[in-house]
Each structure stands twice: as C-alpha cells, then as structure tokens.
Design a protein around this ligand. Structure first.
Ligand SMILES: Cc1cc2nc3c(=O)[nH]c(=O)nc-3n(C[C@H](O)[C@H](O)[C@H](O)COP(=O)(O)OP(=O)(O)OC[C@H]3O[C@@H](n4cnc5c(N)ncnc54)[C@H](O)[C@@H]3O)c2cc1C
Length: 414
C-alpha cells in the first residue's frame, strides 16, 4: 500500500544556500521538509571556496524569507552592499540559518542521497506512477535506508564534479594519472594550499572568473617569492575580451577583477597561451608536459583546472527528467542560459514552468539547475525556490503555475 502522498515530507538534497532556502519556503507553506546534507555541516561546498570573494553583495546573496526567519531570533544582518567571501556567507548566513531550530530539526548531516526513484516503479513503468511516493536511498551515520517523500528538490550543487582539462570533455590522456599535480576548482593559494604553489611554475586553465580569481592569487604569491612562473591557458584565439562587464555593471567586484587581470597581462606578469586544446598530459623529469595540437607548452609543476563544473545526474537516473543534451539543465531553461547562445547578461523571466520535468514533484534547483552553464547567481536561485515550492501540489503544468513564475536575472561567473 502506498502511503498517502500528502502525509509524506518533501525531500531536499543538499543544505547549501538553495537547499536551506527550500526548507524555509516549505515550512512557510506547511510542508514538512527533510533535508539531507552529505557534508559534516551545511554549506559544505561553500567551505571549499571560502577564501574567494563573491562579486555579488550580501543583498543578492540571501533569501528574503530566510532573512525574515533569522531576524526573529535577533540575528544581525550583514551590510547589504558589502561583498562577502564564501566563508563569510557560510559563517554569517548559512550556518545561522542551518542552526535555527526551525531548520535544524529537519536537517540530516553526513547523510548522502545515493539515488532517487519512485516506489515500485523503475523509470520504465508508467502505470499509476504519479501516485507513487519518491524513494530516496540514503547513506548516513545509521547506515543505509530508504526514505519516502511526496516531492524531491535536488539542490545538490555542482562543485563536487568539476570539468576535465581534456579538450574533448573527457579526461585528457594521462590526466587521471597526473591527478596529484592537478587541482580542480579554486584552491586556497594564499592560505592552506600555499605550499603547493610557492616557487612553482603553474598553468591555470579556463577562461572565466574562476580562472581570474586563481590568477590574481597566484600573482600575489609570486610577488612574495622569486621563482614562480604563472601561465594562463585559454581555448579562445585571444584574450581581448577580459574586461567584459559594462562600466555600470551592478556587480562592480566582477569588473574590478577583470580590470586587474587585464593589468597583470599588460604588465607581463601572466604568460598567456591561447588556443590551448589539451589532448594529453604526461610527466617528464618530475614536471608535467601538456600536449595541445602542435603547440609547445612550457613544462609546469602544477595545473589548476578552473574549467567549470557539471551536474552529477546519476542520482536521478531512475526518474523521468527532461534535460537539454548540451547544457544538462532542464530543457525549457536551457535556451535562456546556453553559453553558445548568450554571453553574460540578463536572462528572461523563468520559474516553475521552465524548471519542471515529466516527473511531477521533482525539481532541480540552484546551481545544479544550470547544468554546465556558468552563469548562476544565488539571487536567481532564491526566485526558483519561491516559484517551485509555490507550485508543489498543484498539477504543476505551465498553465496552472503561470502565477508562480519568477522573474530572474543572472550574470556570468564562469
Ligand atoms: C568560486 C565561486 C564563486 C561564486 N560566486 C558567486 C557570487 O559572487 N554570487 C552568486 O550569486 N553566486 C556565486 N557562485 C555561484 C553559486 O551561487 C554558488 O555555487 C552556491 O553555492 C550555489 O548554491 P547551491 O545551494 O545551489 O549549491 P551548493 O552551495 O553547492 O550546495 C550543494 C550542497 O549539496 C550537498 N550535496 C551534494 N551532493 C549531495 C548528495 N548526494 N546528498 C546530500 N547532499 C549532497 C553538498 O555537500 C553541498 O552542501 C559562486 C560559485 C563559486 C564556485
């Protein structure tokens, strides 16, 4: 017998800023959330890039509904116009929210969702599918168990699944074997990971703001030690568009970073390698040799892959998702965010209609909803949550949820 769907909780995968926001909105609407977080604390992914300064200010980075909840308990809001680091966002917003008793009692830490399906239904089976609860396979401190839910919000992020260096989208030949000399993401070069970079030659790969952050920190380190060499490899034929944000950009921190990188290149502090198409990486005399067509790339000690992230969709393999084959974002959202079609800029309104799947009650929200597109901002994610949670329990068709659609604006992080 199926349990009455409405009596079941709504499962939220991930206690990052978006998963916690989902919990707040679910509570507001009378749902019982059950939040699963693989890390030992909420915001585990933020912790990994805690040293990076965000280019959106506090006012953009917090969900107004969560702020209202926090204020009931005497929490002091940070200055709206200041730009937090990832760690400051964690310490001053995410951790207080996750510790708020209304949220904390629904939060399961050190608990990973391995897979999601529908009770007695593999992905092929249609009959009475919509009436079947979701089943989440959970591993946590008490071992393995199955949890049933009436709906699932997957806000599990992408930081844990970075893109490869290889030009074909799969690992370059030798990339996996060279893993101990490659860092994916944005390492803490001036802090805990400094020893890996002091007096080393380092190749940074990637054309977006994550690479800019890494380059900026490497140059600061290079200014403190004598024998560093900083190389920057991009796929494009030139780096003429480094300063790509408009002078009146709302996100001034982003433009400041672009101007700084342009300045460092003009000063010759960063060596630029264009048309980098990494096919193979191998070791020679303790150094890394990078093969890119007929290019001659200098040997380096380390590589930093600031090449973006991709969603882990394996968890949802037994559900009927509708995902764009290129961006891996929900099909109707894809044309709005596809980097092949848009450079940075505003994205038309989107909400539940663009975020829904053939599987009613399933939403992928937050940065994971953007798949491989690099343009997600928290401000957008909070509006996604509002729209998706508002639509739960309706028949969730575009006609029914028009009123729930949320205006969203997004800009590049890359
Ligand atoms: C370096 C960097 C800088 C950024 N700067 C900005 C900025 O300036 N402004 C802005 O608006 N956005 C910025 N972003 C983008 C985005 O806002 C952040 O990535 C944000 O953390 C996304 O929130 P999220 O809740 O969607 O995902 P995450 O914060 O990644 O949270 C996902 C959570 O899910 C957990 N999880 C993963 N898998 C499972 C599982 N199977 N089971 C249970 N739990 C799981 C993870 O441990 C994690 O805690 C930046 C991103 C990066 C990487």
């Amino acid at each position: 017998m199926h349990k009455e769907l409405n009596n079941l909780p709504v499962a939220v995968i991930g206690a990052g800023p978006i998963g916690l926001s989902a919990a707040v909105h679910l509570l507001e609407r009378g749902y019982a959330p059950i939040v699963f977080e693989a890390g030992e604390k909420a915001g585990a992914n933020l912790d990994r890039w805690g040293h990076v300064r965000m280019f959106s200010p506090w006012a953009y980075n917090m969900d107004p509904a969560a702020v209202a909840l926090l204020k009931q308990k005497g929490w002091n809001a940070p200055a709206a116009s200041e730009f937090p680091t990832g760690k400051e966002l964690l310490d001053q917003y995410v951790t207080p929210l996750a510790s708020h008793f209304e949220i904390a009692r629904h939060l399961n830490l050190n608990t990973r969702i391995q897979s999601v399906s529908r009770l007695n239904h593999d992905v092929l089976r249609t009959k009475e599918r919509d009436k079947a609860p979701f089943v989440l396979r959970v591993t946590g401190p008490d071992g393995e168990r199955d949890i049933m839910a009436q709906a699932v919000i997957d806000a599990s992020g992408t930081y844990q699944t970075p893109n490869w260096l290889g030009i074909h989208g799969i690992p370059a030949l030798g990339e996996v074997s060279a893993a101990d000399s490659i860092t994916y993401g944005i390492p803490n070069i001036l802090g805990s990971e400094r020893m890996h970079y002091v007096n080393k030659s380092v190749l940074v790969v990637g054309g977006g703001h994550s690479a800019f952050n890494v380059l900026q920190d490497l140059i600061l380190l290079a200014q403190q030690c004598k024998h560093m060499r900083v190389l920057w490899g991009v796929r494009s034929a030139s780096v003429a568009n480094i300063v790509r944000s408009p002078a009146n950009d709302e996100l001034q921190e982003r433009r400041r970073l672009e101007l700084r990188i342009q300045e460092l290149i003009d000063q010759g502090q960063i060596e630029v390698i264009t048309e980098l198409e990494i096919e193979a990486i191998h070791r020679e005399n303790g150094k890394l040799a990078v093969q890119s067509g007929s290019h001659l790339i200098p040997f380096v000690d380390r590589i930093i892959a600031a090449t973006g992230f991709r969603p882990d969709l394996s968890v949802l393999a037994e559900l009927r998702t509708s995902l764009d084959p290129a961006t891996e974002s929900p099909t109707r959202l894809a044309p709005l965010i596809d980097p092949n079609l848009h450079s940075c800029g505003s994205v038309p309104e989107h909400g539940q209609a663009e975020l829904s799947h053939p599987e009613p009650g399933l939403y992928i929200l937050g940065i994971k909803s953007y798949g491989r597109a690099p343009t997600f901002l928290l401000k957008t994610g909070y509006k996604q949550v509002l729209s998706a949670v508002s639509a739960l329990g309706t028949s969730e068709t575009p006609a029914n949820i028009a009123a729930c659609s949320a205006a969203t604006v997004t800009t590049c992080r890359g």
